[in-house]
Design a binder for this molecule. Structure first.
Ligand code: ZN
Length: 405
């Protein structure tokens, strides 16, 4: 079984012997090994291999210059201590689906491409989807040149060190214009399919999401000698805000997380002068997200005022909702529904993807494969092999339905 063999080949690359998690950061040795694996898969299959100006890897069956290509794939890099499936499942499934279609004797009327987008997770340079953003023109070359890792190495120097020429970084509209449809298969990063009892689903949209920084400023003082009534302690209003985030998110069917916090002076016997917390919130639609964040902000202001604490709230980033192409989505639903005789579930997701970046430029769709625990970005991320193979079969059906003569 080709899926099994490919999976076994990738499995040891960049894996921590301690945690079992993956450390495949853009343009590091582990990433280079993954990229060499991709190239080898392309060449073994007699596909035309190329690396584009932004370091994304492509494997082609047929001539992409003919246009209206059907492209599938994902990414091979990981978050720190990431799981095995987020990204690689889409790339391995792409090659396995092609093998399946060749075994079926399918002839293609459209060029078929497999892609590995570079630096999807942003683990090294702090910005996600660098390869697809550059290609789509959503990140300029000048911005990319300024990206720097924790050791002070810039993205161009890191690319160069890994053997890729960074001089040509920039938008690639001709390449995108050749793509008629992009389908990314991905492990589900949630439990919707597990709860519905389905192996495979189709994405409807990527939820709008944003990050906000909350600065609660009080007054540092002695934890032993300062009467409670005399304190301007920013920690209690921060704590109330965390609880409010949970409450507001639950009411709206959204998610809200304070996952990062900085405290000054950060002493066990000192009342803090500053508590800085970062809120990440996501919801199915803009109105719900606005409601959640407004509710959290109001709670933060009320509790800060009650404690004599100053509060600044800054929105640090925001991504609007990404609605995947409805025509392509309906086509996938028709193809997969015809095969199984039962409707395939259509679900939204709170996670970002290269498919989301491309969707503004190219008709784009996503397939999700069941993840029984919903855990992702962790060594515990998992999909059963039977479900992975169901994903390969679904992807093969979709590619056949879209591209065959
Ligand atoms: Zn991913």
């Amino acid at each position: 079984m080709t899926f099994h063999r490919m999976w076994a080949e990738l499995l040891p690359i960049g894996r921590s012997p301690v945690s079992g998690g993956y450390h495949r950061f853009a343009w590091t040795g582990a990433d280079t090994d993954c990229r060499a694996w991709f190239r080898q898969q392309a060449e073994e299959r007699g596909l035309a291999y190329e690396t584009d100006r932004n370091g994304n890897q492509w494997a082609w069956l047929g001539d992409p210059a003919a246009g209206d290509a059907v492209v599938t794939g994902s990414h091979l890099d990981s978050v720190p201590d990431g799981g095995a499936f987020d990204g690689p499942l889409g790339v391995v499934s792409a090659f396995a689906a092609l093998d399946e279609l060749r075994a079926r004797g399918v002839r293609f009327a459209r060029p078929l491409g497999i892609v590995n987008f570079g630096d999807e997770e942003g683990a090294r340079f702090g910005l996600a989807c660098v390869g697809s953003r550059l290609t789509a023109g959503a990140l300029t070359a000048a911005q990319a040149h300024r990206l720097t890792d924790a050791d002070g190495v810039t993205l161009p120097r890191a690319m160069e060190a890994a053997g890729h020429d960074p001089d040509a970084l920039g938008p690639d509209p001709e390449r995108l214009a050749r793509i008629g449809a992009f389908v990314e298969l991905h492990v589900e990063q949630g439990r919707a399919l597990d709860l519905s009892g389905d192996r495979v689903g189709i994405a409807s949209a990527i939820w709008p999401h944003g990050r906000w920084r909350f600065d609660f400023r009080g007054e540092a003082n002695h934890a032993g000698t300062t009467r409670l009534d005399d304190r301007r302690d920013p920690m209690p209003p921060y704590a109330e805000t965390v609880l409010a985030a949970r409450r507001e998110a639950r009411l709206a069917g959204a998610v809200a997380t304070f996952g990062k916090i900085a405290v000054e002076p950060n002493g066990v016997n000192a009342i803090p002068s500053l508590v800085r917390g970062w809120l990440d919130s996501r919801a199915a639609d803009q109105e719900s997200l606005d409601t959640v964040v407004a509710g959290i902000e109001k709670a933060a202001r009320d509790h800060a005022a009650a404690h004599g604490v100053d509060l600044d709230i800054v929105r640090e980033s925001f991504s609007p909702v990404v609605e995947f192409d409805h025509v392509l989505r309906d086509e996938l639903a028709r193809i997969l529904g015809a095969r199984t005789g039962v409707p395939v579930p259509v679900l939204g997701t709170g996670a970002g993807h290269d498919a989301g970046i491309l969707s503004g430029r190219v008709p784009t769709a996503m397939l999700f494969v069941r993840n029984p625990t919903g855990v992702s970005h962790s060594p515990a991320e998992f999909a059963a092999e039977d479900d992975c193979l169901a994903g390969v079969a679904a992807l093969a059906d979709v590619l056949e339905g879209l591209a065959r003569t």
